[in-house]
Design a protein around this ligand. Structure first.
Ligand code: UD1
Length: 420
């Protein structure tokens, strides 16, 4: 186990560059499975999740060359169609690779990713869509075997909920489909738009990404391509919030404000001054943050991944703030540690709402990450707290933030990684 040890009360100030997007990198690396020609990706973040994905691609038979943030993947000689169970369990979103393997070979074996700390996260919508496309699915306790005896057939698929992963999986599975797939009530997240742009650069025909209707016309082959993935909007939001909670001023470069408008709007509502330009986003915190209310929604609504982060900022905002979590059923675990640090938070389990009576003094404590974004929220609280905060179990945080310690240090934080 590793921990962050943070001496609080230093303002987060300066300029920093956002890394490549974790959530865009995963499906885009899946696109490499679909394309037997070599693909080159830039800006893939060096985080645990991408390392695990690369490990899986290697086991599947892909050849990888890594040079800093440039990754070349050649899947020409790939023969293995099974995602190993242990790695699948390490990273839930590897289920997205199933759509890519199915799309390429008409067959894939993987295991059920199971629940996680923020909720049940089933994959019923993914499997239902595969079935509609002519895939026969054998579900056993240990694995799921998918086979499309007549290849994948383009269909009109209506999602009951705009699931990000299911939308990505259907897109990947449909690239070579016979005919045309329409996804109705598709997720509109920027990472889906990035996946579509990347696939289209390889010769796929994906239209309408970013809207609720996505159309994929099957093609017979893809070609060699290079693609630079988008920057991480959740990392950008986290860094902006680190400045907001510490009364600092930050400029995040390589960040696209378009992807983060709802978060920027809320930070403005809390009294932050925000400047947007083509190169990045600048935020100046007020002397005293004001309370606000947030309700998580699919894009373009307030992102659930930013919910714990803004929750931490709300502990320092005068007045009663509230958060209603609509996407995941168990995403308030981090608040127990915030309360331990002195925050005044009330949780209404029935409504999945928290109310934060903000503006209290936070005191450094030993706390523990239960999940990626909840862990990042505790880091932010530690930055604003009196004394020393030890955030344990930072393995969760390392899964999704590239060089967080170095970045925060560069911005003035006193933060160290300790073993144990
Ligand atoms: C992706 C993101 C994650 C983000 C989430 C919501 C990646 C790697 N992860 O996760 O960071 O928090 O979107 O923006 O991109 N659901 C079902 N059945 C399904 C699929 C989903 O009931 O088959 C439910 C989930 O339990 C959850 C909701 O739909 O309550 C949203 O899930 P989904 O949009 O699929 O999230 P992920 O793709 O897992």
């Amino acid at each position: 186990m590793q921990s962050y040890v943070i001496e609080g009360k230093n303002k987060i100030e300066g300029t920093i560059k956002a890394s490549g997007s974790k959530n865009a990198a995963l499906p885009i690396m899946g696109a490499a499975i679909l394309n037997p020609e070599e693909v080159t990706f830039y800006n893939i973040p060096n985080i645990e999740d991408t390392k695990i994905t690369l490990q899986i691609l290697k086991i599947l038979g892909c050849k990888e060359t890594i040079d800093s943030d440039k990754i070349c993947i050649a899947s020409k000689n790939m023969t293995n169609k099974t995602i190993p169970k242990d790695l699948m369990h390490k990273l839930r979103s590897t289920v997205i690779l199933a759509g890519a393997i199915l799309g390429r070979f008409g067959e894939a074996t993987f295991s059920y990713p199971g629940g996680c700390n923020i909720g049940k996260r089933p994959i019923d919508l993914h499997l239902k869509a595969f079935r509609e496309m002519g895939v026969e699915i054998e579900e056993k306790e240990d694995y799921i075997h998918c086979k499309a005896p007549n290849g994948l057939i383009g269909k009109t698929i209506k999602l009951e909920f705009p699931s990000v992963g299911a939308t990505e999986n259907i897109i990947l599975a449909s690239v070579y489909c016979k005919g045309t797939t329409h996804i109705i009530n598709a997720a509109k997240e920027p990472e889906i738009q990035d996946l579509a742009r990347c696939l289209n650069k390889m010769g796929a025909k994906v239209y309408g990404a970013g809207t609720s209707k996505i159309t994929i016309c099957g093609v017979s082959k893809l070609h060699k391509a290079e693609y630079r993935i988008m920057s991480d909007r959740i990392e950008t939001g986290t860094l902006l919030c680190a400045a907001a909670i510490t009364g600092g001023e930050i400029r995040v470069e390589n960040a696209d404000a378009e992807d983060l408008l709802d978060v920027l709007y809320k930070l403005k509502d809390m009294g932050c001054k925000i400047w947007i330009d083509t190169q990045g986003i600048t935020l100046k915190a007020p002397k005293q943050l004001k309370a606000t209310s947030v309700e998580t929604m699919p894009y373009p609504g307030f992102p659930t991944d930013m919910q714990p982060i803004i929750g931490a900022v709300m502990t320092k905002a005068k007045g009663i703030s509230s958060i209603k979590e609509n996407i995941f059923e168990n995403r308030f675990k981090y608040t127990e540690d915030l309360v331990k640090m002195g925050a005044d938070i009330e949780y209404n389990e029935k409504e999945n709402i928290i109310k934060i009576n903000g503006g209290k003094i936070l005191e450094g404590k030993i706390v523990s990450s239960a999940d990626l974004r909840g862990g990042a929220a505790l880091v932010l609280a530690g930055l604003a707290a009196n004394g020393t905060t030890r955030v344990e179990n930072i393995e969760y945080i390392l899964r999704g933030y590239e060089h967080l310690e170095e970045k925060l240090k560069k911005l003035g934080a006193n933060i160290k990684v300790k073993k144990g």
